[in-house]
Design a protein around this ligand. Structure first.
Ligand code: PBG
Ligand code: ZN
Length: 320
């Protein structure tokens, strides 16, 4: 075997590569800001103000990043997340700004309610037999309205992340009905109730005020159920699937790849924060660790990788 690993032959036998074109950069736009502020638990990640978006989009595109995933933090939250589907909402305005600045940019948007609700849950809540919880069917129209508003503003890909049953079907129907047959649905099809979302909730101001998300997100212990979630979304009309978090769920990613649709792996805020923290302490080599984490996702079958390291990785690939 070691003949294959002779130094000058190593590149020749490389099975997987990281392509800049497969990376998606998440972006936070905060309606309350006049200038960007850092996210403390994610060094290098910022919440941006709307006026900064055009330059940011141009910078990313110049670095070779071809796709972004937009998250919005609205000025006003409400019980039923009205700001999430407002024609002139923060995400809707940001979509138009990016489209104008960089017409070729692939614009993906997170379709969820948690940044927009006062209670911080991913849908409309109400009293159930087991106490307050997200109401599934009642929330579907809200998700569809958010997705349609993003499509109307010019999004290429909408990504429902609420883990409500039927949301892909409902969103597809609403998009088609409104003339957006060409807009893709990237379903957060297999999303676990993970401890690794902690830093994101600080970044997106989307923490919840009661309960938790385990009545809609998946238990980390359940692989069959995780597969079934993605399988159902294929049937409902998803164009792209997702596994989230990424690094601790490679088995699930490999299985879901067998469904035949392109699969995105979301390297989440906690994965970013762990690498960053260890690197800042000088305990690991940041660049090697990040590139190894991404090649692992490729090996497991990821077609797309959503990572807060996107821009930095693009730079590293240039140097290689
Ligand atoms: C919204 C959403 C979350 C993430 C992406 N979309 C948070 C959550 O479900 O609580 C997490 C992303 C990350 O941790 O990087 N539903
Ligand atoms: Zn949510």
């Amino acid at each position: 075997m070691r003949r294959l690993r002779r130094r000058n032959l190593q590149l020749l036998f490389k099975e997987f590569r990281i392509f800049r074109e497969s990376l998606i950069a998440p972006l936070f736009v905060d309606e309350n800001l006049r200038g960007k502020i850092p996210v403390p638990s994610m060094p290098g990640v910022f919440r941006y103000a709307e006026p900064e978006i055009p330059d940011l989009a141009r910078r990313l595109y110049r670095a070779g990043i071809r796709a972004i995933l937009l998250f919005g933090i609205p000025r006003g939250k409400s019980e039923n997340a009205e700001a999430a589907y407002a024609e002139d909402g923060i995400v809707q305005r940001s979509i138009r700004a990016v489209r104008k600045a960089v017409p070729e940019m692939v614009i993906c948007t997170d379709v969820c309610a948690c940044e927009y609700t006062t209670h911080g849950h991913c849908g409309i809540v109400g009293e159930t037999a087991q106490g307050m919880d997200v109401l599934n069917d009642v929330s579907l129209d809200l998700m569809a309205a958010i997705a349609v508003s993003h499509a109307r503003a010019g999004a290429d890909i909408v990504a429902p992340s609420c883990m409500l049953d039927g949301v892909v079907f409902w969103t597809r129907a609403a998009l088609d009905e409104n003339g957006f047959e060409d807009v893709l649905i990237l379903s957060y099809s297999t999303k676990f109730a993970s401890a690794l979302y902690g830093p994101f909730r600080e970044a997106a101001d989307s923490g919840y005020s009661f309960g938790d998300r385990t009545t809609y997100q998946l238990p980390p212990s359940n692989a069959r159920e995780a597969f079934r979630e993605s399988e159902l979304d294929v049937g409902e009309g998803a164009d792209l699937l997702m596994v989230k978090p990424a690094g601790w769920y490679l088995d699930v990613l490999a299985r879901i790849k067998s469904l035949g649709l392109p699969v995105a792996a979301y390297q989440v805020s906690g994965e970013y924060a762990m690498i960053k923290a260890a690197a800042e302490k000088g305990w690991i080599d940041e660049r090697k660790t990040v590139l190894e984490s991404l090649i692992s996702l490729q090996r497991a079958g990821a077609d797309l990788i959503i990572t807060y390291y996107a821009e930095q990785v693009a730079g590293w690939l240039d140097e290689e």
